[in-house]
Design a protein around this ligand. Structure first.
Ligand SMILES: C[S@@+](CC[C@H](N)C(=O)[O-])C[C@H]1O[C@@H](n2cnc3c(N)ncnc32)[C@H](O)[C@@H]1O
Length: 205
Protein backbone atom coordinates (compact mmCIF):
# COMPACT_ATOMS: atom_id res chain seq x y z
CA UNK A 1 0.00 0.00 0.00
CA UNK A 2 1.27 3.52 -0.82
CA UNK A 3 2.07 5.45 2.36
CA UNK A 4 0.13 8.71 2.84
CA UNK A 5 2.04 11.79 1.57
CA UNK A 6 2.52 13.21 5.07
CA UNK A 7 4.43 10.15 6.22
CA UNK A 8 7.68 11.46 4.73
CA UNK A 9 7.55 14.37 7.20
CA UNK A 10 7.66 12.14 10.30
CA UNK A 11 11.45 12.28 10.62
CA UNK A 12 11.60 16.00 9.76
CA UNK A 13 9.07 17.25 12.32
CA UNK A 14 11.46 18.04 15.16
CA UNK A 15 12.62 21.62 14.62
CA UNK A 16 10.93 21.78 11.19
CA UNK A 17 10.61 25.57 10.93
CA UNK A 18 14.16 26.15 12.17
CA UNK A 19 15.67 23.67 9.75
CA UNK A 20 13.49 23.99 6.64
CA UNK A 21 14.41 27.65 6.12
CA UNK A 22 17.83 29.28 5.85
CA UNK A 23 16.50 32.33 7.70
CA UNK A 24 13.20 31.27 9.32
CA UNK A 25 12.47 34.70 10.82
CA UNK A 26 12.86 36.58 7.55
CA UNK A 27 10.97 33.94 5.60
CA UNK A 28 8.03 33.46 7.97
CA UNK A 29 7.70 37.13 8.96
CA UNK A 30 7.41 38.13 5.30
CA UNK A 31 4.89 35.35 4.69
CA UNK A 32 2.84 36.45 7.72
CA UNK A 33 2.94 40.06 6.54
CA UNK A 34 1.41 39.01 3.21
CA UNK A 35 -1.19 36.85 4.99
CA UNK A 36 -2.28 39.96 6.87
CA UNK A 37 -2.15 42.50 4.06
CA UNK A 38 -2.65 40.84 0.66
CA UNK A 39 -6.28 41.13 -0.40
CA UNK A 40 -8.81 42.13 2.28
CA UNK A 41 -6.70 42.87 5.38
CA UNK A 42 -6.83 40.82 8.55
CA UNK A 43 -7.72 42.50 11.82
CA UNK A 44 -6.55 41.81 15.38
CA UNK A 45 -8.57 38.93 16.80
CA UNK A 46 -9.30 37.32 13.41
CA UNK A 47 -8.77 33.58 13.18
CA UNK A 48 -6.25 32.12 10.71
CA UNK A 49 -6.64 28.41 9.91
CA UNK A 50 -3.31 27.19 8.52
CA UNK A 51 -3.80 23.94 6.58
CA UNK A 52 -0.77 21.60 6.32
CA UNK A 53 0.86 23.84 8.90
CA UNK A 54 3.88 21.67 9.72
CA UNK A 55 4.93 22.64 13.26
CA UNK A 56 2.93 25.88 13.06
CA UNK A 57 6.01 28.09 12.78
CA UNK A 58 3.90 30.84 11.18
CA UNK A 59 1.99 31.35 14.44
CA UNK A 60 4.84 33.31 16.02
CA UNK A 61 4.44 36.01 13.35
CA UNK A 62 0.66 36.33 13.55
CA UNK A 63 0.48 37.32 17.18
CA UNK A 64 -2.52 39.62 16.77
CA UNK A 65 -4.59 36.85 15.20
CA UNK A 66 -5.79 33.58 16.64
CA UNK A 67 -3.79 30.85 14.91
CA UNK A 68 -5.06 27.28 14.45
CA UNK A 69 -2.91 24.83 12.50
CA UNK A 70 -4.01 21.60 10.83
CA UNK A 71 -1.63 18.83 9.84
CA UNK A 72 -2.02 15.14 9.09
CA UNK A 73 1.41 14.14 10.35
CA UNK A 74 1.17 13.06 13.99
CA UNK A 75 4.85 14.00 14.43
CA UNK A 76 4.30 17.53 13.05
CA UNK A 77 1.24 17.94 15.27
CA UNK A 78 3.26 16.84 18.32
CA UNK A 79 6.15 19.18 17.39
CA UNK A 80 3.75 22.12 17.02
CA UNK A 81 1.93 21.39 20.27
CA UNK A 82 5.28 21.11 22.06
CA UNK A 83 5.89 24.71 20.92
CA UNK A 84 2.59 25.73 22.49
CA UNK A 85 0.59 25.99 19.27
CA UNK A 86 -3.00 25.01 18.73
CA UNK A 87 -2.82 22.24 16.11
CA UNK A 88 -5.52 19.87 14.87
CA UNK A 89 -4.50 16.43 13.62
CA UNK A 90 -6.48 16.09 10.38
CA UNK A 91 -6.34 15.64 6.61
CA UNK A 92 -6.83 19.01 4.92
CA UNK A 93 -9.00 17.34 2.26
CA UNK A 94 -11.60 16.31 4.81
CA UNK A 95 -11.30 18.85 7.64
CA UNK A 96 -13.77 21.61 8.38
CA UNK A 97 -13.47 23.74 11.53
CA UNK A 98 -16.39 23.77 13.99
CA UNK A 99 -17.21 27.38 13.04
CA UNK A 100 -16.25 29.93 10.37
CA UNK A 101 -12.76 31.44 10.23
CA UNK A 102 -11.71 34.76 8.68
CA UNK A 103 -8.72 33.37 6.78
CA UNK A 104 -7.50 29.98 5.61
CA UNK A 105 -3.90 29.55 4.49
CA UNK A 106 -2.01 26.75 2.70
CA UNK A 107 1.72 27.06 2.28
CA UNK A 108 3.98 24.69 0.38
CA UNK A 109 1.12 22.24 0.33
CA UNK A 110 -1.45 23.12 -2.36
CA UNK A 111 -0.23 20.02 -4.22
CA UNK A 112 -1.58 17.89 -1.36
CA UNK A 113 -5.12 18.72 -2.45
CA UNK A 114 -6.65 15.46 -3.67
CA UNK A 115 -8.94 17.61 -5.86
CA UNK A 116 -7.98 21.30 -5.82
CA UNK A 117 -11.37 22.61 -6.89
CA UNK A 118 -13.19 20.49 -4.30
CA UNK A 119 -10.75 21.63 -1.60
CA UNK A 120 -11.29 25.30 -2.51
CA UNK A 121 -15.06 24.80 -2.44
CA UNK A 122 -14.75 23.26 1.02
CA UNK A 123 -12.54 26.12 2.24
CA UNK A 124 -14.89 28.74 0.76
CA UNK A 125 -17.68 27.16 2.79
CA UNK A 126 -16.04 27.99 6.12
CA UNK A 127 -13.83 31.02 5.32
CA UNK A 128 -15.41 34.46 5.55
CA UNK A 129 -12.67 36.80 4.30
CA UNK A 130 -9.92 35.20 2.21
CA UNK A 131 -7.80 32.20 1.38
CA UNK A 132 -4.05 32.72 1.03
CA UNK A 133 -1.63 30.22 -0.48
CA UNK A 134 1.63 30.00 -2.37
CA UNK A 135 2.08 28.65 -5.84
CA UNK A 136 5.00 27.74 -8.07
CA UNK A 137 3.96 29.40 -11.36
CA UNK A 138 6.29 27.11 -13.30
CA UNK A 139 4.40 24.10 -11.96
CA UNK A 140 0.81 25.40 -12.07
CA UNK A 141 -0.90 27.67 -14.59
CA UNK A 142 -2.43 30.64 -12.80
CA UNK A 143 -5.38 30.52 -15.24
CA UNK A 144 -6.22 26.96 -14.07
CA UNK A 145 -6.02 27.98 -10.41
CA UNK A 146 -8.18 31.04 -11.08
CA UNK A 147 -10.80 28.81 -12.75
CA UNK A 148 -10.89 26.56 -9.66
CA UNK A 149 -11.16 29.58 -7.37
CA UNK A 150 -14.03 31.03 -9.40
CA UNK A 151 -15.83 27.67 -9.38
CA UNK A 152 -15.56 27.81 -5.58
CA UNK A 153 -17.12 31.28 -5.55
CA UNK A 154 -13.79 33.04 -4.90
CA UNK A 155 -14.08 35.50 -7.77
CA UNK A 156 -11.38 37.96 -6.64
CA UNK A 157 -7.69 37.11 -6.85
CA UNK A 158 -4.56 39.12 -6.21
CA UNK A 159 -1.01 37.81 -6.38
CA UNK A 160 2.34 38.97 -5.04
CA UNK A 161 5.81 37.57 -5.83
CA UNK A 162 7.61 36.07 -2.84
CA UNK A 163 11.37 36.47 -3.22
CA UNK A 164 12.73 35.25 0.12
CA UNK A 165 14.76 32.11 -0.67
CA UNK A 166 13.90 28.98 1.25
CA UNK A 167 17.28 27.35 1.64
CA UNK A 168 19.69 30.26 1.10
CA UNK A 169 20.22 33.53 2.92
CA UNK A 170 18.08 36.32 1.45
CA UNK A 171 19.95 38.57 -1.01
CA UNK A 172 19.90 42.24 0.08
CA UNK A 173 17.31 44.17 -1.91
CA UNK A 174 15.76 41.13 -3.56
CA UNK A 175 12.45 41.56 -1.74
CA UNK A 176 12.26 45.11 -3.15
CA UNK A 177 12.06 43.55 -6.62
CA UNK A 178 8.77 41.88 -5.66
CA UNK A 179 7.07 45.14 -6.64
CA UNK A 180 9.06 45.64 -9.83
CA UNK A 181 6.42 44.37 -12.28
CA UNK A 182 8.18 43.13 -15.45
CA UNK A 183 11.45 42.33 -13.61
CA UNK A 184 9.54 40.32 -11.00
CA UNK A 185 7.70 38.43 -13.75
CA UNK A 186 11.02 37.64 -15.43
CA UNK A 187 12.52 36.34 -12.15
CA UNK A 188 9.44 34.15 -11.59
CA UNK A 189 10.13 32.38 -14.87
CA UNK A 190 13.16 30.80 -13.20
CA UNK A 191 12.70 30.84 -9.41
CA UNK A 192 10.54 31.67 -6.43
CA UNK A 193 6.79 31.56 -5.86
CA UNK A 194 3.68 33.67 -6.01
CA UNK A 195 1.51 34.32 -2.97
CA UNK A 196 -2.16 34.31 -3.93
CA UNK A 197 -5.03 35.82 -1.94
CA UNK A 198 -8.56 34.99 -3.12
CA UNK A 199 -11.93 36.02 -1.81
CA UNK A 200 -15.55 36.38 -2.77
CA UNK A 201 -16.84 39.79 -3.86
CA UNK A 202 -20.10 38.97 -2.11
CA UNK A 203 -18.67 37.50 1.10
CA UNK A 204 -19.38 38.91 4.54
CA UNK A 205 -16.19 40.51 5.72
C1 LIG B 1 6.35 21.18 2.88
S1 LIG B 1 5.55 20.99 4.45
C2 LIG B 1 4.96 22.66 4.69
C3 LIG B 1 4.72 22.96 6.14
C4 LIG B 1 4.37 24.44 6.42
N1 LIG B 1 3.13 24.83 5.76
C5 LIG B 1 5.50 25.33 5.94
O1 LIG B 1 5.30 26.07 4.96
O2 LIG B 1 6.59 25.28 6.53
C6 LIG B 1 4.06 20.11 4.01
C7 LIG B 1 3.19 19.74 5.20
O3 LIG B 1 1.96 19.23 4.69
C8 LIG B 1 1.51 18.21 5.56
N2 LIG B 1 0.52 17.41 4.80
C9 LIG B 1 0.71 16.68 3.68
N3 LIG B 1 -0.45 16.17 3.25
C10 LIG B 1 -1.41 16.61 4.12
C11 LIG B 1 -2.82 16.43 4.21
N4 LIG B 1 -3.48 15.70 3.31
N5 LIG B 1 -3.49 17.02 5.22
C12 LIG B 1 -2.83 17.76 6.15
N6 LIG B 1 -1.48 17.95 6.13
C13 LIG B 1 -0.79 17.40 5.12
C14 LIG B 1 2.79 17.48 5.92
O4 LIG B 1 2.64 16.69 7.08
C15 LIG B 1 3.74 18.66 6.11
O5 LIG B 1 3.73 19.11 7.44
Amino acid sequence: MTPPPWQKYAGKAEGWSDRAYAEPRAYLAHRADLVRTLGPPLLPGDTVLDLACGDGGLAAFLREQRYIGVDASAEMVAAGRARGREIVDADLNAYAPPGPVEATTIFRAIYYAADRRALLERIAGYTTRKVVFDLNPRQYRLADVRADLEAAGLDRLTTHPFFVPQTRAPLPGLALLERSGPVARAILRFRFTLICAAWSSTSRR
